[in-house]
Design a protein around this ligand. Structure first.
Ligand SMILES: Cc1cc2nc3c(=O)[nH]c(=O)nc-3n(C[C@H](O)[C@H](O)[C@H](O)COP(=O)(O)O)c2cc1C
Length: 185
């Protein structure tokens, strides 16, 4: 692990052809060489259960928490399900919110992206995540990125306009995050 800035990517879709996963890959490649990126596999994280927590965090949860604790920035790429946050995304956040009042999202710069086929770019999930993450960190980037009308990947990639939108947003998010440079506990 290098000494440079670190970032964790959370992808709230487990689908092989996920548009959100593809968007996260754009961000990861764009940041390569500038930021150390961790990408925990959320399919391995069990459902939050307070009984399990009391026995000690399972290894995959520990790894998730350690990645976020070592990062200054957390980027969430998530679909919208039923006008809200999908279980995979919410489950990761629930673990990261613990222990209550002292979760490792505290002081993290949090960026939120939603990609999907609808014309509204997952505005409900983005709004809901702004509210949820805003209770866990006071460094949530208020400008979320919604990428609407994505209906297919071509050779595993989003349309070029969507990829450009991700890169531009990442640049803006990094500028937003600069105000806390060196200030993450
Ligand atoms: C259970 C379920 C509920 C969905 N609900 C919504 C929704 O409320 N709003 C929306 O824009 N898309 C909705 N969709 C469509 C998803 O946005 C779409 O499948 C998207 O591609 C999922 O993201 P992914 O490609 O990263 O897997 C839903 C899909 C599923 C499977």
């Amino acid at each position: 692990m290098g000494d440079g800035p670190r970032l964790t990517i959370l992808v709230g879709s487990l689908r092989a052809g996920s548009f959100n996963y593809a968007a996260a890959q754009v961000a990861e490649s764009y940041l390569a060489g500038k930021v150390d990126v961790s990408w925990p596999d959320l399919s391995l994280v069990p459902f939050f259960n307070q009984d399990v927590e009391e026995l000690g965090d399972p290894p995959t949860v520990l790894a998730l928490k350690q990645a976020v604790a070592a990062s200054q920035i957390v980027l969430i790429f998530t679909p919208e399900y039923n006008f809200g946050v999908p279980a995979v995304t919410k489950n990761a956040i629930d673990w990261l919110s613990r222990p209550f009042g002292n979760g490792c999202l505290t002081d993290r710069i949090v960026g939120i992206v939603a990609v999907g086929p609808s014309s509204r770019g997952g505005e409900n999930v983005r709004e809901e995540l702004l509210r949820i993450c805003g209770t866990l960190s006071d460094r949530v980037y208020p400008k979320t990125l919604g990428i609407p009308r994505v209906s297919e990947l071509v050779n595993g990639r989003l349309p070029e306009t969507a990829e450009s939108a991700v890169r531009l947003w990442v640049d803006e998010m990094l500028v937003y995050g600069k105000r806390w440079q060196g200030a993450t506990s």
